[in-house]
Ligand binder design. Structure first.
Ligand SMILES: Cc1cc2nc3c(=O)[nH]c(=O)nc-3n(C[C@H](O)[C@H](O)[C@H](O)COP(=O)(O)O)c2cc1C
Length: 182
């Protein structure tokens, strides 16, 4: 029997490559993982990679989904949802109640009796931006666990806060959130 059911959602950041290592670890440890992503995420990572790693179809286009209300079905199926990497854009949409892509719509359908984690990844100025600060506050108010970011050299060459945590650190947060429910 599978350990846990994880709904793993990716958005448009270079950190998508790190998310693949995390998906791989979750599957190796016995979790069932279903992946969903925004169209921007597919500019960073391929559909075949996500389907190969999870062994399941990717959910990206809400209107091409196998089930007409896939966002509700997926939300019911999952023990835990994670948005990893989470862009400044998706956090703003989630905080504002916008549902115009499958990831933001899945969040609107989220059942808060189950954990929702967000692993932000962005440039230091995006992370410090007042709109992002406000998104973090609102998401935490709703009951989302916004994970910390790391400091260091960023893809754009800047140094500062905003790098996504490493896959093994995020794995530990996922397991702690699931253990907290048991
Ligand atoms: C090379 C490149 C890297 C990017 N990396 C990030 C990032 O790490 N974090 C972020 O918030 N936005 C990043 N962006 C901008 C987002 O991809 C952009 O805001 C996009 O509209 C996000 O869409 P989504 O939130 O629907 O996935 C990047 C853009 C490019 C071209």
């Amino acid at each position: 029997m599978s350990k846990y059911k994880i709904l793993f959602q990716l958005t448009g950041s270079i950190a998508c490559f790190k998310a693949c290592a995390l998906i791989s670890r979750l599957v190796r440890e016995g979790c069932e993982v279903k992946a969903a992503c925004t169209p921007s995420a597919l500019r960073f990572i391929g559909q075949s990679t996500l389907e190969g790693l999870t062994g399941r179809p990717l959910y990206c286009d809400m209107f091409e989904a196998k089930q007409s209300v896939e966002h509700i079905a997926l939300s019911k199926w999952a023990d835990l949802s994670i948005i990893c990497p989470a862009t400044a854009n998706i956090m703003g949409k989630m905080a504002s109640g916008i549902g115009d892509d499958c990831v933001s719509t899945l969040f609107l359908a989220h059942d808060f009796s189950k954990p929702c984690l967000v692993a932000p990844a962005m440039n230091r100025n995006m992370w410090k931006h007042p709109a992002t600060r406000r998104s973090v506050e609102l998401l935490e108010e709703y009951g989302v666990e916004v994970l910390p970011v790391a400091e260091g050299r960023q893809a754009c060459g800047d140094e500062g806060e905003g790098r996504m945590l490493e896959p093994d650190d995020i794995y530990a947060y996922i397991m702690a959130a699931l253990d907290g429910r048991a």
